[in-house]
Design a binder for this molecule. Sequence first.
Ligand SMILES: Cc1cc2nc3c(=O)[nH]c(=O)nc-3n(C[C@H](O)[C@H](O)[C@H](O)COP(=O)(O)OP(=O)(O)OC[C@H]3O[C@@H](n4cnc5c(N)ncnc54)[C@H](O)[C@@H]3O)c2cc1C
Length: 391
Amino acid sequence: MLSKLLPNAARSVARSRVSVGAVPSLASSGNFRSRSSAASDIPSELDTVVIGGGITGCAILHQLGLHGVGASSAIFEKDELTSGATWHAAGLITYYHGGNNFKFWHQEGVDLYKKWQNEEGIELSFNQPGSIRLIQNEERMKEALYTKSKSELYQKLFGGPQLHMIGPEEVKRLHPLVNTDGLLAALYTEGDGHICPSSCTQAFAAKARELGGRIYRQSPVTDLKAMPDGTWEVTVTPNGGEPHVVRARRVVNCAGLWCPRVGEKAGIHTPAVTLQHQYVITETVPEVKAYHEKHGHQLPVLRDLEGSYYLRDEGDGILIGPYEDENLVQCAPREWKGSLPEEIAFYLFDGDIERLMDSMESRHILYLRLEKLVSRKFSTDPHVGLRTALT
Ligand SMILES: Cc1cc2nc3c(=O)[nH]c(=O)nc-3n(C[C@H](O)[C@H](O)[C@H](O)COP(=O)(O)OP(=O)(O)OC[C@H]3O[C@@H](n4cnc5c(N)ncnc54)[C@H](O)[C@@H]3O)c2cc1C
């Protein structure tokens, strides 16, 4: 258990040093950033209004462009692109999915990023070290066999990557940091990995613009009315400007963390709650660094459904994101009424490493030899970056 491995003193040092992730420089978004339509150009009529410029809004504007309505569609974003949940996502992407439709969506997404990353001017920070899903008991084994056989059928019919059932020895070979004691097997998916969520959003935005889509930043939607003829009246009030009414045939609520608030404007209840989700990023871990130097690529992404966490390389360290159980997980503060205040952007809650530790302990997260990694980090360099966020 982590508490045994991490002396109280170290935990309190860690707690006092918990750093809330800084707002990333938008400059990291590369060539795509900062081109936006001027508020004075807001049209009075549009086919489709997309509310929110996170990954969802930008991907939808791109799709609208592919369907030939890009030039009559626009995103209105209250702050900057990615300023909701998107900028701090861990960025894991996968071909894997147990369901039917999602499987295709996942495949389409990863294949698209593969194609884009070879295009000049697009930097996605896309890594594809593959992924390993650990199987520690018979129930998980049944689930894995079911998913694997389904994926074989899909692969024959529609192509795409294969899932491989691998034994503990192979797990050890692919990811030497995993403690394989008690491990039955694992599913390995080639081509899985992670991507920079901000760069990816900016790539969608750039592609959408190429297809005629417009993006208005600093332009909150302040009112939304469904009209009797089935169209919408969307009021946009650019920051520091005057309200402007747009008539639209369709409105897509892509306001992510704020989607209930946007729904409310039109009297629509959106069944969504804001939860806090934390991940930890360690400083350099010598074993990870040595692996990178030896192999020239990253370790596979790990997913442990029993322990309920994901783990990937971050620089020469690791990023671990445990899903907290229902007794620990925190929502947004009560006074925020289940959502975020509208004026908030690039927001992070204060980190709570104690809660995270409790969560990791209660889920037996230690198939990875975390004790070694974490205790070493605390004893030599106690700084652990904890980013707290919302999902
Ligand atoms: C810590 C963490 C790790 C994650 N890791 C992963 C991962 O590994 N893989 C993965 O796939 N997902 C991950 N996610 C989930 C992922 O971040 C979200 O699913 C995704 O970013 C949601 O994007 P979105 O565009 O729907 O919403 P958001 O990013 O929240 O964007 C909504 C946008 O709407 C704008 N907006 C709101 N109200 C208005 C208004 N009235 N007018 C105009 N604009 C408005 C906001 O400013 C914001 O830019 C993670 C999330 C968290 C918190």
